[in-house]
Write a protein that binds this ligand. Structure first.
Ligand code: NAI
Length: 249
C-alpha cells in the first residue's frame, strides 16, 4: 500500500509508535524511526531490517528544534523524499494540577505538543514543494473529553486536536492532509507505568471501554495507516476515535 513512500514515525522505540513502524514496513514503506531512546529505536530498526524492510533510526529529542530539523533532513537525504509524518511520541504525567510543578507542565507541553509543531514545521517544508503529504497526529480521547485526574495531559491533547485541524485547513491547498487518532487506553508500556504495573488495575480500566478490553498498539496502527493512505484521500482535519466505544457513551 505504501510502495516507494517514506514515513517518519516519532516515538517508535516503544508501544504504538513501534507497532506503527512495523505495520508501515509490512506495507512496503521506507521507515524513519525517531526517538530519544537509542536502544529501543535501534531495536525497532533491527527488527524491521531482519524482516527485510528499509529503515533507519535517528536519535531525536523531539522537544529540540534542531533535532526535529535534522530528523526531517535525514529522511529526505536517506530516502530522497518524505510522504508521511506520524507525530506519535508523548508522555503522561498523572500529578494533579494543583500539585504539578511548572517544569513538569513545560516538559509535558514540550513533549506532547511542541514536538508536533516542530516536526510538522520541518516536514511541511519538504512536502509543500512536492505538492503532497499526509500528517497523522496521535491525540487521545482526552483531547475530546476530560479524562479525570490528568488535566495537564488532557490540555496537551486538546492542543494536538486543534493543531491537527489547523494543519488541515492551512495546508489543504498544498495537497497535504492532516488527521489525528484518538485512542482510549491502549496496552503499552505507558499504560503499564500509569497503572503501577498492576494487572488488576489494568483489567479494571479495560471495563471503561464498552468493548470490554484494552486497545492494542495494532488497533491504533491500523487507523493511522488508513489516515496516512490514499484510501482516506478526502479525509482531512478529522479526529478518528480508536476507543472501544469510550466516547460513544
Ligand atoms: P510509550 O511510552 O510506549 O512510547 C512513547 C515513546 O515516545 C517512547 O519510545 C519514548 O522514548 C518516546 N519519547 C518520549 N519523549 C520523547 C522525546 N522528547 N523525544 C523523542 N521521543 C520521545 O507510549 P505509547 O502508549 O505508545 O504512546 C504513544 C502515543 O499515544 C502518545 O502520544 C500517547 O499520549 C498516546 N496515547 C496513548 C494511550 C495509551 O493508553 N497508551 C492512549 C491515548 C493516547
Amino acid at each position: 500500500m505504501f510502495q516507494d513512500k517514506v514515513v517518519i514515525v516519532t516515538g517508535a522505540a516503544s508501544g504504538i509508535g513501534r507497532q506503527t513502524a512495523i505495520e508501515f514496513a509490512r506495507q512496503s514503506a521506507k521507515v524513519v524511526v525517531a526517538d530519544i531512546d537509542e536502544k529501543g529505536g535501534n531495536d525497532t530498526v533491527a527488527q524491521l531490517k531482519d524482516d527485510g524492510h528499509e529503515a533507519v533510526f535517528v536519535t531525536t529529542d523531539l522537544t529540540v528544534e534542531a533535532d526535529c530539523a535534522h530528523l526531517v533532513a535525514t529522511a529526505a537525504e536517506t530516502f530522497g523524499r518524505l510522504d508521511i509524518l506520524v507525530n506519535n511520541a508523548g508522555i503522561e504525567v498523572t500529578t494533579p494540577l494543583h500539585e504539578l510543578p511548572e517544569h513538569e507542565w513545560d516538559r509535558l507541553v514540550d513533549t506532547n505538543l511542541k514536538s508536533m509543531f516542530l516536526c510538522s514545521k520541518h516536514a511541511l517544508r519538504q512536502m509543500m514543494p512536492a505538492a503532497g503529504g499526509s500528517i497523522v497526529n496521535v491525540c487521545s480521547v482526552s483531547g475530546l473529553v476530560a479524562w479525570p485526574g490528568i488535566a495537564a495531559y488532557n490540555a496537551t491533547k486538546g492542543g494536538v486536536l486543534m493543531l491537527t485541524k489547523s494543519l488541515a485547513t492551512d495546508y489543504a491547498q498544498y495537497n497535504i492532509r492532516a488527521n489525528c487518532v484518538c485512542p482510549s487506553i491502549i496496552d503499552t508500556p505507558m499504560t503499564d507505568v500509569s497503572n503501577g504495573h498492576d494487572a488488576a488495575v489494568k483489567a479494571e480500566k479495560a471495563k471503561l471501554n464498552p468493548i470490554g478490553r484494552l486497545g492494542t498498539p495494532e488497533d491504533v496502527a491500523h487507523a493511522i495507516l488508513f489516515l496516512a493512505s490514499d484510501k482516506s484521500s478526502f479525509i482531512t482535519g478529522t479526529a478518528l476515535t480508536v476507543d472501544g466505544g469510550y466516547t460513544a457513551i
